[in-house]
Ligand binder design. Structure first.
Ligand code: GDP
Ligand code: MG
Length: 439
């Protein structure tokens, strides 16, 4: 979806003359893309009308750039689609908040619960987990393991088959010990069926949660809207968490989920690790879906991942579009230290996919270590980008590092991709000669 929308915008951008016809053509492509992504037709119509309205309004002012107006209007309308009027329930520390997670089996509820709990534990909250999934074998063990990793207490049973009873007991158990946040994990079955929704209704009625969070797998494509609506009709969904946004940035699913539930998205899951979890920000999300480097997030990630004394330097370089092999080396060090790719790299389209593939972390890390070996054999001017590597140097470096010419070249390719991306982002951040700045 993202690429089709940005494709349509790009096409418009390249047109020599932007007349009404060109804009209509662009909008009709965007409409088609949204329709195919199963976004509610009424919303799409509103988006098109709003964009056309803004174009007509602003275009009357002399000298305005219609390309920019269209781009800005599309992004801002998409953003509005994602920002519902309804705000998520505000949980307060010191109050015994009860949050129930719902969603189909395999969407990532149990994983997300651990991430969500961890998010609050880091803030100093006392969080307890309750396993009310009595349907799936091993559900309790899975929650237990997750709970142990984040050091959160849990409640559940191997033998009890009544989810309502366990949920009730679990809530009472944590309530009596004044926990700040009590999270209920529920069963998802493997398809939408009456039994599942009856169970959710019963649970909701009995434990009376402050918030019901609907977890949706962003990779499912077309069926997002119906699935979200089915849950919304059964229980009082208050907010949505989208998972698996690491594999494909499927923007359509997010738009559909919001449209169907009339509820805001609060977080997104971007991997299987507990720290691969982000607070949702509509604008940032839209920019990412449209394939634009997201400079704000890049900067906040740099702040988290890079030692303080190194930050100003790196941020400054990035904003000037500079990124040397040495910077890459330091990024690799961070990646190794953090054990996951949750740093700068993961923001760079194309980069995370090649370096550390999901489920192949070990190989990925070995690869990074070899890359670092190669860079260890380079000299300072080469690392700092003051000197180009010629063939004879590449051969020497391969020999010196015990690798091969092919590997050295692969490293240089990866570096080039990265540097190019940083350069692009540098332009964005400085707003230099680039229409896209208005995103
Ligand atoms: P549940 O049945 O809804 O409780 O789903 P689980 O929490 O058991 O997750 C199902 C699968 O999805 C597991 O293999 C998780 O590791 C995986 N998963 C969950 N969230 C994410 C995510 O954000 N990204 C990726 N790549 N995988 C995820
Ligand atoms: Mg589960």
């Amino acid at each position: 979806l993202g690429s089709r929308i940005s494709g349509a915008l790009k096409k418009l951008h390249e047109k020599p003359i932007i007349d009404e016809e060109a804009i209509k053509e662009c909008m009709s492509e965007i409409v088609k893309a949204l329709l195919q992504a199963d976004v509610n037709a009424a919303y799409i119509k509103k988006l098109r009308d709003q964009v056309m309205l803004q174009v007509n309004l602003e275009a009357d002012a002399a000298g305005t750039n219609k390309r920019k107006i269209v781009q800005r209007a599309v992004v801002s309308e998409l953003q509005k689609m994602l920002e519902t009027d309804k705000k998520p329930v505000k949980l307060r520390k010191g109050k015994q908040n009860i949050v129930m997670f719902v969603g189909l089996q395999g969407t990532g509820k149990t994983t997300t619960i651990a991430k969500y709990a961890y998010f609050y534990i880091k803030k100093g909250w006392r969080v307890g987990l309750v396993c009310a999934d009595t349907f799936r074998a091993g559900a309790f063990d899975q929650l237990k393991q997750n709970a142990a990793k984040i050091k959160a207490p849990f409640y559940g049973s191997y033998t009890e088959t009544d989810p309502v009873k366990i949920a009730n007991e679990g809530v009472e158990y944590f309530r009596s010990q004044t926990y700040d946040l009590i999270i209920i994990d529920t069963s998802g079955r493997n398809k939408q069926e009456e039994g599942l929704f009856d169970e959710m209704k019963m649970l909701e009625k009995t434990i009376n949660p402050d918030e019901v969070i609907f977890v949706m797998d962003s990779t499912i494509g077309q069926s997002c809207f119906d699935q979200a609506q089915a849950f919304k009709n059964a229980v009082k969904v208050g907010s949505v968490i989208m998972t698996k946004l690491d594999s494909h940035a499927k923007g359509g699913g997010a738009l559909s989920a919001v449209a169907a539930t009339q509820s805001p998205i609060t977080f997104i899951g971007t991997g299987e690790q507990f720290d691969e979890f982000e607070e949702f920000e509509a604008k940032s999300f839209i920019k990412r879906v449209l394939g634009m480097g997201d400079i704000d997030r890049l900067f906040s990630v740099v702040q988290e991942a890079i030692p303080l004394d190194k930050q100003p330097e790196l941020l400054n370089k990035i904003s000037h579009g500079q990124f040397s092999l040495r910077d890459m080396y330091e990024q690799f060090q961070t990646v190794l230290k953090m054990g996951s790719i949750n740093s700068l790299m993961s923001l760079i389209p194309g980069m995370n996919s090649g370096l550390i593939e999901k489920g192949k972390e070990k190989e990925g890390i070995a690869r990074i270590k070899r890359f670092m070996c190669i860079m260890d054999s380079m000299n300072d001017p080469e690392l700092d980008g003051h000197k180009q590597l010629n063939d004879s140097r590449i051969i020497r470096i391969a020999r010196g590092s015990g690798t091969s010419v092919r590997e050295v070249n692969i490293l240089l390719e990866e570096y080039k991709k990265f540097a190019k991306m940083v350069q692009k982002m540098g332009k964005l951040s400085l707003g230099k000669a680039n229409d896209m700045q208005n995103f």
